[in-house]
Design a protein around this ligand. Structure first.
Ligand SMILES: Cc1cc2nc3c(=O)[nH]c(=O)nc-3n(C[C@H](O)[C@H](O)[C@H](O)COP(=O)(O)O)c2cc1C
Length: 356
């Protein structure tokens, strides 16, 4: 019996298996509005058999976008597209999940294939927002240092996006608290040198995340799961470590509002040295799970079905988040099912694909 293909429940939501499409920016939206690209892209993953299909980072406002091509959810038109996406994913048998995000000081960047560098306001970009006025790139324009009042506005934007996601039919939300974006830049001591209530010790640095969790939960029903993605290491001396991330996880667990920590790493500092190898972040998911009692997601260079099976079968994580292997082959879960001897996760109209 494959554990990877055993259904799993969080609150009132059940996924058909533990394969989770990790959020993947496509950079092809226009003013935050997606189109047929997103329908086809996410639909392919749902048809491919994953248990949970997450949207790419979906931003809470125009200035929260990483690039001009990033997806958002702050208008009615964006919500209408979101409703199409959620309905299609669900019809194909997967749970529709949305990652909600604010890019913080990494906002207003060019698309990766256009170099990824900051776009200055005079070149059509906008001023990024950060815990301090220190930029991510040495040669970038200074971000605007957010006031406490402005942080409250952003917290409200997360709640408004959560409401729209619920109305659109999404069943799982993930707060993006990783990779050096806004929440992550508040968590890391490398980037948050504030001395007000949103800085200082770990509790202060985690305050923005905890405020966002509280705000999102005012709009996100009790019977629907809420995940948080964290960078469990900055891979730079003096930055976040797995021990500090487990402390953040413990604060999240104490709220009773969060169901799973998706354990990623990096993206906070330009000097990071990431020792990437297959499964390199799995020990973070393991430590987080044992340290907090929360469910966890493992992510990062999970490529082989046997590797994903090992992670969940040995209780090292509850979900296997997979990005690039699924980008290369959206039908990876169908192939994995065959390999692991599980029933193929096909939508009803496709059941006749299985020949005796
Ligand atoms: C094209 C692409 C876009 C990505 N966009 C996001 C994103 O929107 N949000 C996020 O948290 N991570 C994003 N990531 C990171 C992935 O979710 C994942 O954590 C990372 O790629 C490691 O997993 P993998 O080795 O299976 O690819 C992206 C990765 C890729 C390859």
């Amino acid at each position: 019996m494959s554990k990877l293909f055993e259904p799993i429940s969080f609150r009132a939501v059940t996924a058909r298996n533990r394969i989770t499409v990790s959020p993947m920016c496509q950079y092809v939206a226009t003013e935050g509005l997606g189109d047929d690209w997103h329908v086809q892209h996410l639909g392919a993953h749902a048809f491919g058999g994953a248990g949970i299909v997450f949207t790419e980072a979906t931003h809470v406002s125009a200035v929260a976008r990483i690039t001009p091509g990033c997806l958002g959810l702050w208008t009615d038109a964006q919500q209408a597209l979101a409703a199409r996406l959620a309905a299609l994913i669900a019809r194909a048998g997967a749970v529709p999940g949305m990652q909600i995000a604010h890019a913080g000081r990494k906002a207003s960047s060019a698309r990766p294939w256009e170099g990824g560098k900051p776009i200055r306001p005079e070149d059509g970009g906008w001023t990024p927002l950060g815990p301090t006025a220190e930029p991510f790139y040495a040669d970038a324009p200074a971000p605007h240092k957010l006031s406490v009042e402005e942080l409250r506005v952003i917290t409200g934007e997360f709640a408004a996006t959560a409401r729209r996601a619920r109305e659109a039919g999404f069943k799982i939300l993930e707060i993006h608290g990783a990779h050096g974006y806004l929440i992550s830049s508040f968590l890391s001591p490398l980037t948050n040198t504030r001395n007000d209530e949103y800085g200082g010790d770990l509790a202060g640095r985690a305050k923005l995340l905890l405020d966002v969790v509280d705000a999102v939960r005012t709009e996100w029903p009790d019977d629907m799961p809420l995940f948080v993605r964290l960078s469990c290491s900055d891979w730079v001396a003096g930055g976040m470590t797995i021990e500090a991330a487990v402390e953040v996880g413990t604060l999240l667990a104490a709220t009773g509002k969060v169901d799973l920590i998706d354990c990623s790493s990096g993206g906070v500092h330009r000097d990071q040295k990431v020792p990437a190898y297959p499964g390199y972040q799995v020990p973070f998911a393991e430590a987080m799970k044992h340290g907090t009692g929360l469910a966890t997601g493992a992510v990062g260079m999970i490529v082989a079905p046997e590797q994903a099976e090992e992670i969940v079968a040995n209780g090292r994580a509850d979900l296997a988040f997979i990005a690039r292997a699924l980008l290369a082959d959206p039908a990876w879960p169908l192939r994995a099912a065959r390999l692991l001897g599980a029933k193929p996760p096909l939508a009803q109209p496709y059941h006749r694909a299985v020949m005796p």
